[in-house]
Design a protein around this ligand. Structure first.
Ligand SMILES: Nc1ncnc2c1ncn2[C@@H]1O[C@H](COP(=O)(O)OP(=O)(O)OP(=O)(O)O)[C@@H](O)[C@H]1O
Length: 264
């Protein structure tokens, strides 16, 4: 069924001690869309991502990804699904003792039965796809700028040619030009590869540049999901302030730059 969600979360509860982060949370991600996930700091965006990709066991709930219940699947079935997604963590989470190329090869080495030369060629292709020079493949993470590290993390997330990409704060720590270059890269790769993207961010420019829909986490659940235009009309204090505040206006395409008067 083409309209079946590629990721379906139902009745999810995550609790740490007495802190309830999610309660009865539901979320659908449709195939081929870029879904942005926003919410106040501590609202549980990263915990949600980590729960969907299996790094965090929820207290209660069902999570179906690509038709597989990832909380109850047997190891072989789960492995088959894990092979079809890639994750880029906020800091890139690169292995510091491996070169960029070896980092990109790492998931293939673990999960794909190909000869070393093919693996290296596939890694070099991923390195090129994220806009890094081939020579960057020989560098270690400590030799990279913040922007290069993000790109290397993205290349590794693309290692297995995934259908779904999970991105946690992809533009955090980048300067505005680096961030908008990265947004454009994400969008171009999504279109070229037909990716579905689950994207956690605080960055309004990223939402405008990349997302088809945005899910807002508040009050321990997905409070509302919609396009940016729809969310601007939502009557909830946090949602209203986030999507209508000065930063939101600045990020909106077509908004005129501030006049000289505004700057003084
Ligand atoms: N392993 C853990 N043990 C205990 N509490 C945790 C754990 N992981 C997350 N939390 C708590 O869960 C809540 C949500 O954390 P999470 O990192 O998902 O928030 P977030 O929305 O991604 O925040 P930010 O925008 O600041 O990154 C926080 O209160 C955090 O302290």
């Amino acid at each position: 069924m083409p309209d079946d969600p590629i990721i379906k979360v139902r009745n999810l509860t995550n609790q740490f001690g007495k802190t309830v982060v999610h309660q009865n949370l539901d979320l659908d991600v449709m195939r081929g869309e870029v879904l942005g996930v926003v919410g106040a700091s501590g609202s549980g965006k990263s915990v949600l991502l980590r729960t969907i990709v299996g790094l965090q066991k929820p207290s209660v709930g069902q999570i179906t990804v690509l038709g597989t219940d990832v909380l109850t699947a047997d190891p072989a079935r789960l492995n088959a699904v894990v092979n079809r997604w890639g994750v880029m963590f906020q800091d890139g989470a690169l292995f510091s003792s491996l070169t960029v190329r070896e980092n990109v090869e790492a998931p293939m080495r673990e999960r794909l039965n190909v000869d070393p030369a093919t693996r290296t060629a596939l890694a070099d292709l991923r390195i090129a796809m994220v806009g890094l020079k081939q020579s960057a493949g020989d560098l270690y993470p400590s030799d990279l700028s913040g922007g290069m590290r993000k790109r290397a993390g993205l290349a590794r997330a693309l290692s297995m040619d995934p259908e779904i990409l999970f991105l946690d704060e992809p533009t955090a720590g980048l300067d505005p030009i680096g961030a908008s270059d990265f947004d454009a890269l994400i969008k171009a790769l999504q279109q070229a590869m037909g990716l579905t993207i689950f994207l956690v961010t605080h960055d309004l420019d990223t939402l405008h540049a990349t997302c088809d829909r945005v899910a807002v986490l508040a009050d321990r659940k997905v409070l509302v999901t919609g396009t940016m235009a729809e969310l601007r009309r939502v009557d909830h204090p946090w949602v209203h302030d986030y999507f209508n505040g000065p930063r939101a206006h600045a990020a909106q395409p077509g908004t005129p730059p501030p006049s000289q008067k505004d700057l003084t």
